[in-house]
Design a protein around this ligand. Structure first.
Ligand code: CP
Ligand code: NVA
Length: 309
């Protein structure tokens, strides 16, 4: 049984295997309808329990389609409708019940410790569907999207992130180490990645490049990533933070500093960090990026269920 909690805890070899499997599966099912099951129905009869403590559109739907296309099924729980931590029901008891009824558990939470707590008491795999410290399913899928569009290993490309040092960036930094790609980050000084994250990069003998000038970060990039300035778990003065990021808006002027054929990716939902013309324009691949989550998460599920080819 394998968990999928943080990219940094999974070997580069396994991450690469997941991407390769996703590529094969995506190609094979080109002519199949949305709910048609992959040949061999590798997860036939399996139940994925999903639990959301925060809003989600894409993660919820893409996991639904992923497990369905593998022959299994899913049920989605809202944490506020469970006993979870209330009325005397411990996480240990909830985890025991989840393991009795289900085969896998995907959760989105505001608390990294809760994932660890569940992991300790579950006897089924757990997948992190976004936490304050990471969004691993999103970023692994984004690596897949970059390679699919650029038709090159990501290690041969220059990747840039313009925006907040949040969960998605933490996973992108982990991916830059695991897949050995060059990552430049553009953000205000006050919002640079945490010491812990930078220390982990150093320990792994890798380097990331941080700029407080967005033009310098973008220069020569093949891919520009961004995300909302205000994340779901952000308890900040929203107006002040948005103002501090004003200079970092991705617009026509800024994108000129990247390579001519650079692509723009964003996990959605979006905010004021990107202009409408860039988000909907010729550089943007955000819809393809969103759809690919289905394909990559199928292979993540197979990895967790010990069925990856
Ligand atoms: N990108 C992403 O995780 O979207 P949702 O919050 O809608 O799941
Ligand atoms: N950083 C964002 C990602 C949303 C998918 C958040 O945590 O809200």
């Amino acid at each position: 049984m394998k968990h999928f909690i943080n990219l940094k805890d999974i070997s580069s070899k396994d991450l690469r295997k997941i991407i390769l499997d996703a590529k094969k599966r995506k190609n094979i099912r080109k002519k199949l309808n949305t709910l048609e099951v992959d040949k061999g129905a590798p997860l036939k009869g399996k139940l994925l329990i999903q639990m959301f403590e925060k809003s989600s559109l894409r993660t919820r739907l893409s996991f639904y389609l992923a497990i369905k296309q593998l022959g299994g099924g899913t049920v989605t729980l809202r944490s506020n409708e469970l006993h979870l931590g209330q009325g005397g029901e411990s996480i240990a008891d909830t985890a025991k019940i989840l393991s009795t009824y289900g085969d896998g558990f995907m959760m989105r939470t505001d608390d990294d410790k809760k994932i660890e707590n569940f992991k300790e008491h579950l006897s089924i795999p757990i997948i992190n569907g976004l936490s304050p410290s990471s969004h691993p399913t999103q970023v692994l899928s984004d690596v897949f999207t970059v390679e699919e569009i650029k038709k090159k290993p990501i290690s041969k490309l220059k990747i840039c992130w313009i925006g907040d040092s949040n969960n998605v960036l933490d996973s992108l930094i982990a991916a830059s180490v695991k897949f050995s790609f060059k990552l430049s980050i553009g953000c205000p000084k006050k919002f640079e990645p945490s010491k812990n994250v930078l220390e982990w990069v150093r320990k792994n003998k890798k380097k990331i490049f941080i700029f407080n000038d967005p033009k310098k970060a973008v220069r020569g990039s093949d891919v520009i990533f961004s995300d909302k300035v205000i994340s779901l778990n952000d308890k900040v003065d929203k107006r002040k933070k948005t103002e501090q990021f004003k200079r970092f808006k991705i617009n026509k002027k800024l994108i000129r500093h990247a390579k001519k054929d650079c692509i723009f990716l964003h996990c959605l939902p979006r905010g004021s960090e990107v202009s409408n013309d860039i988000f909907l324009g010729k550089h943007s691949r955000v819809w393809q990026q969103a759809l690919n989550r289905v394909h990559v998460q199928k292979s993540i599920l197979l990895y967790c269920f010990g069925k990856l080819r």
